[in-house]
Design a protein around this ligand. Structure first.
Ligand SMILES: [Zn+2]
Length: 344
């Protein structure tokens, strides 16, 4: 039998609780037969759906990593129906470094799910998730935040797919998560993100952005946990605790390319709006200053669309092309449902 460069120690067919490792071969000077040991938990109990819960695709996004770490330590497998696969630190080298990308190969795991996988550690992790884990799953939930460079209002997210029946089921799951902002996008993502691989394999793809700015925020962690446990309840896998039952008001949102503001030049970014502000097209958004050229006039920035400020840049210095703001635009629930009915 030939050996593989990535393998999973927990038995994916076994019942019960297992916490172990996915090993990625990593042969380097100080460890010729070394491996990257990615933590992986499997909870299985009888008949029911399978869900993949994933965090740490980006190493500097902490709320999801903590929510899943707590879940692994606290979940009683006898209470579930079905199977929960948990990857709390999916791109482990990035997680340990506290960086968006892997220090081993510069790889961005959530841009590694393209038509071909690279032979780098990050590419091999993506290949294992997409080709070995996703085919076992009915649903995946991938937890993100704004990372070091962005602050992100907490929101749940769903790729609705192009199929009306799948889109309707996905929207029902998104609504059940009951985050303060429920962000739905029709179609299949064009970028090589996990959602594209999931939809191509017929797996319902849910995600979310929970905080950012390079730090852990307790309120955003709470929203992430609320989304996880409400989704597990909705799927019939685990009855949620009383603390997650109360419904909160949610706003349904979408985005287009016009909802982004990018830096036109290098300098110091001065925002004139904060996460949660509601802004209008043409409204002053901020300034780019050049302290290194104090006689240069600052460059004025304006929003190109109406929307809710969902993202602001968390770093002062910017280079041309950096994202400074990202808006999400509110839309009625009925409009989302009408869009799903119109899918062909
Ligand atoms: Zn992320």
């Amino acid at each position: 039998m030939s050996l593989t460069s990535v393998w999973c120690e927990p038995d994916l067919t076994a019942q019960g609780r297992q916490v172990g490792w996915i090993r990625v071969e990593h042969s380097v000077h100080r460890s010729a037969y070394g491996t990257i040991a990615i933590p992986f938990a499997v909870f299985a109990n009888g008949e029911g759906p399978t869900i993949l819960l994933m965090a740490g695709s980006h190493g500097d996004e902490y709320e999801g990593q903590l929510a899943l770490t707590r879940l692994i330590r606290s979940l009683d497998v006898s209470r579930i129906r079905g199977r929960i696969l948990v990857l709390p630190a999916a791109n482990l080298p990035a997680v340990v470094a506290g960086q968006r990308t892997s220090p081993l190969d510069g790889g961005n795991l959530n841009r590694s799910f393209g038509d071909h996988y690279t032979d780098t550690p990050t590419g091999q992790i993506a290949a294992f998730i997409a080709e070995e884990l996703m085919p076992l799953c009915d649903v995946m939930l991938d937890l993100h935040s704004g990372g070091s460079s962005l602050r992100h209002l907490s929101c749940s997210y769903a790729d609705l797919s192009c199929d009306p029946a799948i889109a309707a089921r996905t929207f029902a799951a998104l609504e059940a998560m009951n985050a303060p902002l429920s962000w739905a996008q029709a179609g299949i993502p064009a970028a090589p993100v996990a959602g594209r691989a999931a939809l191509r394999k017929g797996v319902m793809h849910l995600s979310g952005e929970f905080g950012g700015g390079g730090a852990l925020n307790a309120a955003d962690l709470n929203v992430a946990e609320r989304c996880i446990y409400r989704l597990l309840d909705h799927l019939g896998i685990l009855e949620m605790a009383a603390e997650w039952r109360a419904e909160i008001a949610t706003r349904f949102v979408f985005n287009t390319q016009a909802h982004f503001t990018y830096a036109p030049g290098e300098g110091v970014f001065e925002p004139l709006a904060a996460p949660g502000d509601v802004v209008e097209k043409g409204q002053a958004a901020g300034w780019i200053h050049r302290p290194e050229r104090p006689e240069d006039a600052p460059v004025a920035l304006h929003f190109a669309s109406d929307g809710i400020v969902a993202v602001t840049r968390a770093m002062g210095r910017c280079l041309p092309g950096d994202c400074l703001f990202h808006l999400l635009e509110e839309t009625p629930r009925a409009a989302v449902l009408a869009g799903i009915k119109a899918l062909k």
